[in-house]
Design a protein around this ligand. Sequence first.
Ligand SMILES: Cc1ncc(COP(=O)(O)OP(=O)(O)O)c(N)n1
Ligand SMILES: Cc1nc(C(=O)O)sc1CCOP(=O)(O)O
Ligand SMILES: [Mg+2]
Length: 219
Amino acid sequence: MRPSFDLSFYLVLDPALCGGYEATVRTALAAVAGGATMVQLRDKEASTSRMVETAQRLKAALAGSAALLIINDDVEAAIAAKADGLHIGQQDMPVAEARRRIGERMILGLSVETAERAAAIDPVRVDYAGIGPVFATPTKPDHQPPLGLDGLARLAALSPVPSVAIGGLKAIHAPAVFAAGAQGIAVVSAICSTPDPGAAAEIITQAIQRGKNLASQRS
Ligand SMILES: Cc1ncc(COP(=O)(O)OP(=O)(O)O)c(N)n1
Ligand SMILES: Cc1nc(C(=O)O)sc1CCOP(=O)(O)O
Ligand SMILES: [Mg+2]
C-alpha cells in the first residue's frame, strides 16, 4: 500500500537556489508551515551519498508534518533514505524498472510533456504525472517547449493518474492550473529564490484555495 498524497502544493527543492543544504532544510520547513503538501529533493549535481544525507535531514525535519518527501532521479538515494517516493522523467529509467526497484510502498511520479506520453502512463505503476513545462523557465534550461495552460488542460485530461503542473509557475497561476484540471501546482524558484519562503508559501496556499474554490463552483 502506498501512502495517500496531496499534490496541491508541491515544492521542488533546488539546494543551489535555496542557498545551500542548511538553507534547503530551513526552506522546506518554512514552506510546509506555509502550506506545502509535498516536498521533492532535486539536486542535479549531487552524488548519491549527498542525496541520501540531505534526504535524511529533510525527512527528520518533516517528520512532524503531513508533507511527503519525494526524491528526484536517484532511485538508490530514495530507497536508502526511506523516502515516500521517487520522481523520474522519460529519460531517467524505464517505469517498470523504477517500480520494481522501489517496490509497492513508495509513490512513483513520472514527467510527461506530450499528449502521447500522458495517454500512455501506466496507472498500475505510476501514481501521479508531473506535466510541464507550462511556461518557459530558467530553472530547467533543457526543458521541452512550453505547453501553455491549454496544453496543460489537454495532457491533464488524458492522464489516467492525478497530475501536478510545473514550469514557470507562480502564485498568480494557481487558479488557472486548477481550472485546467491539474490536482496541484509544483514550484521551484517561487519558493527557493525568495528571501522569505514561509511568506511566499502562504501566498501560494491562499491562491491554491481560491483556485480550488473556483474549480468546485464550476463543477
Ligand atoms: C513534479 C515534477 N514534475 C516534473 C519534473 C521533471 O522531471 P525530469 O523531466 O526528469 O527532469 P529533472 O527534474 O530530473 O531535471 C520534476 N522533477 N518534478
Ligand atoms: C524541475 C522542472 N521540471 C520541469 C518540467 O517541465 O518537467 S520545469 C522544472 C523547473 C521548474 O522551476 P520553476 O518553478 O522555478 O519554474
Ligand atoms: Mg529526472
